[in-house]
Structures are given as structure tokens and as C-alpha cells.
Design a protein around this ligand. Sequence first.
Ligand code: NAP
Length: 306
Amino acid sequence: MSQIYDRVALIGLGLIASSMYWAIKRAGLAGEVTGYARSEATRDTARRIGLCDRVCDTAQEAVEGADLVVLCVPVGAMGAVAKDIAPALKPGATVSDVGSVKRHVIQDVGPHIPEGVHFVPAHPLAGTEHSGPESGFAELFDNRWCLLVPVEGSDPDATARLRALWEGMGSNVDEMDADHHDLVLAVTSHAPHLIAYTMVGVADDLGRVTDSEVIKYSAAGFRDFTRIAASDPTMWRDVFLTNKDATLEILGRFTEELFALQRAIRTGDGQHLFDYFTRTRAIRRGIIDAGQDTDAPDFGRVKAKS
Ligand code: NAP
């Protein structure tokens, strides 16, 4: 794979930025990658583990001379970071981000992008429940989707170059409008996370009553909820605060369906339950056929030794 940018700056050095760094290095996609994180502790860790070719003490220093700047901070922090770096951006540079919500980021970041600088928002649909500079790995984006969300006036060449970077990092790339993105993600990611947080919270309340039986005997379904519910609290707080309308719309539909299933259980309507579960099983088959998950039992997890 050949070099796509001379210099890339990663602002925020957590799971996504560190994975980007290792993926960029794996394929030789940039001449130099600079990095900045707001805390000295994170910058020290980055220097210790060799994350970024150069770790800078200010965001402005990191973006100076960069051809691509990627904002990798929580969604609620994007606007302030964009305002901070704006005066140091190189004319002709591209600013992108990896935020999980797009309309809000566009509204917060867009006004700070100077004339002559391109803005191409993006969202890699890849992650784990871990966070911080040491959680990243080069394979995170392999065979995962990255959605580019060009704004009005986004330069097609800048968008094409960013696409090449994400493809070079292993992703499949698609383009999508911001509102559509936020609705799709509310269904596929945001609402499921909220449901997992709720289920683990309910189980925790029970656990207190039954002396941790919930943890001791936790079966696969619940364990998967606990993994999702271990995701970063700051990131997820920001997702719900900034994708409010779409998430509330999906949760409204979810509660209606839940009530219908609750009613079927109460009235003994086995046909309703059977038909519903048959329909949902077919969705799982579709995900496997699309190559987005494995057919191995128990989600392909290697069994922990008991
Ligand atoms: P992370 O591992 O928690 O890292 C976040 C980074 O942002 C850290 O370097 C942190 O700096 C910095 N930061 C936090 N608050 C900040 C603030 N107020 N101002 C400036 N910097 C701040 O997060 P991540 O998982 O990489 O997520 C980064 C972005 O990617 C988020 O927008 C998220 O929505 C998106 N995303 C995440 C996933 C996922 O599964 N995790 C997937 C796709 C997209 P310090 O370390 O110095 O505190």
C-alpha cells in the first residue's frame, strides 16, 4: 500500500486513534503521524509505547503542517477541540473525525473550519469495550465498515483521499447522509447499548439482593450485556446527549414491541412469541451471510477455563 498523506495528526489518543496509528503504520499510509492528548498521563503513555511518531504537548503543535487532522475525542468535546486547532490548520488540509454521532459533530465542528480547509466527517463502525491509548490494535478496522459523511461543499478529492486511507486501514467504506447515519446507528448501536446498560443495572440491583448470584451464574446472554455495558461512560453519555431524537424514536418503538411481547407472555400467546423469534433469527443469518460475524456457537468466543 502506498503513502496517502505526508502528515496525519491524531487529536485524542484513545482506542480509535491508537488503532488508526497502528493500522496506518501497518500499511505505510502516512509519512509522519503526530498525536496529542489533553492529559500528560496519556501523552506519557503514548511516548512510552511508541504510539505516534511524535507526541506533541499542544493540539495546535500537532496539527501544524498536517495534511489530515482526525478528531478522536468524545463527541461532546469535538467543537472545543476544533476551535482550538483552527488557527493552526494548514491551508488545503482535511479535517475529519471518528465520532459516533454525525449531525451534532457537523454542527459543532463545521463553523470552526477555516476557508480553504476541507471537512469530511467519518465514523468507523468498529470498537471494543476498552478505551485509552493502550487499547488499540492494527486489525480493529479490518473488514469493518467506515461511513464517510461528506457535508455540503466537501471536496470530492479530499473525500476520495480519506476513503483511500480507511480502505488502506482495512475498512469497507460507504458514504451516508448525517441524519440517516444517526438513525441507522441509533438502531444498530446506540439503543442496544442503552438496553445493555439497563439490563446490567437491573441485574446488579437483583445481585445485591441475592448475594451476587447474578454474576456467579451469568449465562452467555447476560455476559454479552455486561461486555457492552462496560463501554466508556464519557463516550456513551455524549452519544445519548447528542443523538437524542433518533435514540428516543427507536426506544419508543422498542418499548411498544416489548409491551407486545410482555402481553403475549401474559396471555400465553405462544404463536406470537414463536413468529417473532423466527423473524429475528433470520436477521442473524443475514448478518452472518454478509460476513459481519461468525457462525461459531457462543459468538465465536474461546471458552474461558473454569
Ligand atoms: P477513548 O479511548 O476514551 O479516548 C478518548 C480520547 O479523547 C483520550 O485521548 C482523551 O484524552 C481525549 N478526551 C476525552 N475528553 C476530552 C475533552 N473533553 N477534550 C479533549 N480531549 C478529550 O475514546 P475512543 O473509544 O477512542 O473514542 C473516540 C471517539 O471515537 C469518540 O467520539 C467515539 O464516539 C468514537 N468511536 C468510538 C468507538 C468505540 O467503540 N470506542 C467506535 C467508533 C467511534 P485523555 O486520555 O488525556 O483523557
